[in-house]
Ligand binder design. Structure first.
Ligand code: CU
Length: 199
C-alpha cells in the first residue's frame, strides 16, 4: 500500500515535470465575434469553477454562467479597481434579505462585467477579452461575506494553442484550472484573504 502510494507519487512528479512543456488540452482556438468561444463558469457556495479562467487576449468569448449554489451569487469580471468599486457599492447592502442584491451602481468606467444570479439561474453573455496582458483581471463575488469565504478567481492569459502567457496573482483563486499543465501555480493552500490586496 505504502509502496504503491510512493510509486504513484513519483509518477505524478515525473509527469508533472514533463507537463511544463505541454500546452493546455484541448488546444484553445481563440473566439471571434462571429464565432465566440464557449467558456463555462459555475458559481457555487462559495467559489467559481474553474477558479482560473484561461482567455486569449482580444478574443471574443461567450461566458455561460450558472449558479449551482444555494445562495444568490455575483460574478464581477474586472481589475482590482473595478472589484473595489463594486465592493464599496455593495457594502451597504451586505446581508440583504433573501432575493437579488438591491440595485447598486459604481462610477462610469468602473463597471467591468457584472452578473448576478439566483440559485439555479444561468445566463450567457458575450465578452471581449482585453488585449493588455499586463493588467490583472479578477473574478469576485461581493455579496455579503462571499469574498472572504473564498469566492474569488482570476483570468490567466493564454495564447492560441493554450500556451500560458501570464500567471494569475497568487491567492486570487481557490480552485485551479482543470488541466495539469500548470507547474505549481496558485496552490489552493496558500490563499490569503483576497480582500487584503485592496488599498
Ligand atoms: Cu457569492
Amino acid at each position: 500500500m505504502l509502496v504503491t502510494a510512493f510509486v504513484l507519487g513519483s509518477a505524478a512528479v515525473f509527469f508533472g515535470a514533463c507537463a511544463q512543456t505541454v500546452p493546455a488540452t484541448p488546444p484553445i482556438t481563440p473566439g471571434v465575434p462571429a464565432s465566440p468561444r464557449q467558456v463555462n463558469i459555475i458559481m457555487k457556495d462559495y467559489l467559481y469553477v474553474p477558479g482560473i479562467v484561461d482567455l486569449v487576449p482580444g478574443e471574443t468569448v461567450r461566458l455561460n454562467v450558472i449558479n449551482g449554489g444555494l445562495e444568490v451569487h455575483e460574478l464581477v469580471v474586472g481589475s482590482q479597481a473595478v472589484q473595489t468599486a463594486w465592493a464599496a457599492a455593495e457594502k451597504p447592502a451586505a446581508n440583504p434579505p433573501p432575493g437579488p442584491t438591491p440595485a447598486v451602481s459604481v462610477p462610469p468606467g468602473m463597471e467591468g462585467l457584472r452578473i448576478v444570479l439566483n440559485s439555479g439561474e444561468s445566463t450567457s453573455v458575450l465578452y471581449t477579452v482585453p488585449r493588455d496582458v499586463g493588467q490583472q483581471i479578477l473574478l469576485q463575488c461581493h455579496i455579503a461575506d462571499h469574498l472572504e469565504r473564498g469566492m474569488a478567481g482570476a483570468v490567466r492569459f493564454v495564447g492560441a494553442g493554450g500556451v500560458i502567457l501570464t500567471r494569475p496573482p497568487a491567492g486570487s483563486a481557490t480552485t485551479s484550472a482543470p488541466e495539469s499543465a500548470v507547474p505549481s501555480a496558485s496552490p489552493a493552500s496558500a490563499v490569503p484573504s483576497p480582500a487584503s490586496a485592496a488599498p
